[in-house]
Design a protein around this ligand. Sequence first.
Ligand code: R5P
Length: 302
Amino acid sequence: MEVSDLKLLLIGGSASDVLALKVARELGMPVSKLQIKKFPDGEKYVRILDDVKGNDVVVIQSMYRIPDEHLFEYFLLVKALKDLGTKRVIGVIPYFAYARQDKRFNPGEAISFQTVNRLIENVGTDELFTIDTHLHRIDDISKVFKIPAHNLSAVPLLTQYVKQNFTLNKSLVIAPDEEAEQWAKISSEILNTEYDVLEKIRLGPDKVEIKTRLRSVRDRDIVIVDDIISTGGTMVETVKILRHYGAGKIIIMCSHPLLVGDSLARILDAGAEAVIGSDTVPSPVGFVSVAPVIAEALRKVL
Ligand code: R5P
């Protein structure tokens, strides 16, 4: 059955309106019309302009830079869709914020990941897709949701991009920390090379210390892969240490280039040749679109 034969609508929240258009193009369907505005006092107004009754509706909304605002808009959209008689709401949250606070590291802290997850379920999401969510202590996002939840990955497409656009000599894939090993493994298989995992010690929100582990990087071109670049601290320190040990060209890939402040400039200044990101969040390095990944996943559940 073609997607166009299904009673399916696609909505892009204001955080992901462009990405929603790209996904719609992949699926050969239009994006539904919304009215979203802010009142002078800062409150958000959301209106769904299409008839959604009896349809399955996909809502795409990332959570970057102003995550609380994007999340709240998602809640308004999903609840409105449910009130209007939508059959099934499928949430697509390409960058899922709050995942790093998945436990109480210090007494009294909120476990934000849990709270956000419960709110997403309780507002009426029937099924959820995310991309390369930061899952530190669990291997599968479905373990923390009561609804069907799937974590897709931008890493295969990012790696294909690097393979097609850069000439790499004696390449080695590097994960800056243990959590990134899963992505380094995927990339190394695509690049048909080895990978290594560094050791990262976080000294503060924007300060990390990186140590090398196994292989020599001397004269090897390096592909670093991670899920998020936020302040750039991890990448700056990783690039510096790789340079120190004589690495060749350094290409960085990341799924979610949040690139806070001057992080991109600092990473390039540290000696990286290029930063390649996906478009889960808008950025100057979003060379690889995740639209085909999302579209393929949606085709399987619709
Ligand atoms: C955390 O372990 C993540 O995988 C990233 O390495 C981290 O979020 C990057 O943050 P920053 O760019 O601020 O170092």
